[in-house]
Design a protein around this ligand. Sequence first.
Ligand code: EPU
Length: 279
Amino acid sequence: HAQLARMTTFQLGGVAERLVQPSSIRELAETIALGRRRGWPTRILGHGSNLLLRDRVLPGLTIRLDRRGFGTLRAQGYEVTAGAGVSLSRLIGFCVGRGFHGLEGLVGIPAAVGGALRNNAGGRDVTIAERLSSVTLLNRDGDVVTLPRGELSFGYRSSSFAESVILEAVFRLERGVREEALQRCRDHFQRKRADQPLAERSAGCIFRNPPGDFAGRLVETAGLKGLRIGRAEISPLHGNFIVAHRGARSDDVLRLIDHVRERVANVHGVWLELEIEVW
Ligand code: EPU
């Protein structure tokens, strides 16, 4: 039983029944095949930045892709190849250091490349899919395939990867000036830090923005900012963040989510959909 909480940005939740951290594609494929033969529910964990784990033993197989086995990072011309386990901050640092620009808008997102692609992570100005050139996947049949951007589809915090596992991706950047790219990163980070509780334990935005509106605005105008249940709190800074204070339980966050949904539905007539995953 491996502790999973420290593998997520919320740092909440229980243990995994089985945790495997494969160090190669082959080991990953064999692990998935074994899980299928045994009928174990299988989940792929990246950097756990958009995830709430319940206070329980997570049944089945949890496969964590990290830098060790999936940490490729290399440039060829203005194309950068990054493994699924590479953090966005490392990828951005690598690009900016070479004066390549295009990914600066993703600064401050604590995801790994694999998870960021699966959710099409981003901000208002940019999503990760916009710079994508191709993705290499392990598909359901256990084959490694590379698909160009044109064969993939992305939406608002969604993608078409379904049951495939993202192994690595190629991003097409543009030539720029290193100092300018660095300055854009600083500006993005400062703006984000002013609006979002980046230094606290959270999973980023909890709810998807409903069409034509903003979950954070709905939560704020329902008078919920700063509300606490147990040791979980709706961030006074941003209404769409729940922060976990020392001693928080996953259940505190779940109860707060239920409370917010009911209150926002009563006040605004909108049912907020989760943006994070709950395992
Ligand atoms: N707003 C409020 N009260 C709040 C928060 C926001 O009234 O407490 C208002 C703001 O004044 C603004 C609007 O809502 O008019 C939008 O707010 P913000 O610019 O903070 O953006 P967001 O829609 O809340 C989205 C993404 C973030 C991303 C930011 C910045 C979603 C659910 N969230 O937030 O992504 O960082 O844009 O680009 O789409 C995440 O995915 O985890 C995440 C944090």
